[in-house]
Design a binder for this molecule. Structure first.
Ligand code: NAD
Length: 261
């Protein structure tokens, strides 16, 4: 399987799952534009490591996924620099854990913006070129929370369910143009996003750190193991291959059996 001559954007790829996806796509031969926040030196190290390790072009876009004009400019920049944008991975995401009655409205807006509206703007900007070239792959990182809910995650669960609806709609619109749109839905993956929600979950549920890890997070996963970022990345790389051309409009779980409950 090769993605040589393809070019990709992976949003939210300065850490965690997104970084693993960017490296996975580069390993398969694609040029990649990484995106996300973080310390400038650390981001430059990640960018240059991708270029060096896999002999591809690697760019960084500081686009803020809460800003529609940034999202659309990021797509235009990738097309201008790489010549084409063949693969779009909507992966940026944040979490907030709080009961609905205290859930800050501005955090609701931010989660919907980063997870759902940014995907809308990026897809809308990327699709014309993909349709013209009759080849494209759109993959969005949803979550087990796109299929089932957990308490205290109203914005996240709503946004991820919405992302699946957006993906199905786009899949139908572009089906005859060689373009596919799918979601991957991991269960718990040990990344900064999961680590950061532990203190809030301790507070919301009055539990210790160990209780949150074993009785809340891994309790949901029958395998009792975290998914790895690299496992998610390998599924995304497969969905971007020619072999996966008939998978579209799908939401594929990788959750250790969580949503089989
Ligand atoms: P992470 O916190 O390690 O990475 C999130 C990335 O998004 C970072 O690169 C961050 O800089 C970027 N980001 C945040 N706000 C941004 C903004 N406004 N603009 C641009 N980039 C922004 O988290 P992760 O666990 O790797 O999560 C990646 C995706 O996977 C998210 O969509 C998340 O919902 C999803 N997911 C994670 C898990 C898990 O257990 N970790 C499970 C299911 C789904």
């Amino acid at each position: 399987m090769t993605l040589k001559s393809r070019s990709a954007i992976v949003t939210g790829s300065t850490s965690g799952i997104g970084l693993a996806i960017a490296r996975g796509l580069a390993q398969a031969g694609a040029n990649v534009m990484i995106n996300g926040f973080g310390e400038a030196d650390a981001i430059e190290n990640e960018r240059s490591a991708i270029a060096k390790d896999f002999a591809v072009k690697a760019l960084y876009s500081p686009a803020d996924m809460t800003k529609p004009q940034d999202v659309r400019a990021m797509v235009a920049q990738a097309e201008a620099t790489f010549g084409t944008l063949d693969i779009l991975v909507n992966n940026a995401g944040i979490q907030h854990v709080e009961p609905i009655e205290n859930f800050p409205p501005e955090i609701w807006d931010k989660i919907i913006a980063i997870t759902l509206s940014a995907a809308f703007h990026a897809i809308a900007a990327a699709v014309p070129g993909m349709k013209r070239r009759k080849w494209g792959r759109i993959v969005s990182t949803a979550s087990a929370h796109s299929m089932v809910a957990s308490p205290f995650k109203s914005a996240y669960v709503s946004a991820k369910h919405g992302l699946v609806g957006l993906t199905k709609t786009v899949a139908l619109e572009v089906a005859t143009f060689g373009v596919t749109a799918n979601c991957v839905s991991p269960g718990y993956v040990w990344t900064p996003l999961v680590e950061k929600q532990i203190p809030d979950t301790m507070k919301a549920r009055n539990l210790t750190r160990e209780q949150v890890i074993n009785d809340v997070l891994l309790d949901a996963q029958p395998t009792k193991q975290f998914v790895t970022s690299e496992q998610v990345a390998s599924l995304v790389v497969y969905l971007c291959s020619d072999e996966a051309s008939q998978i579209t409009g799908a939401n594929i779980a990788m959750d250790g059996g969580w949503t089989a409950h």
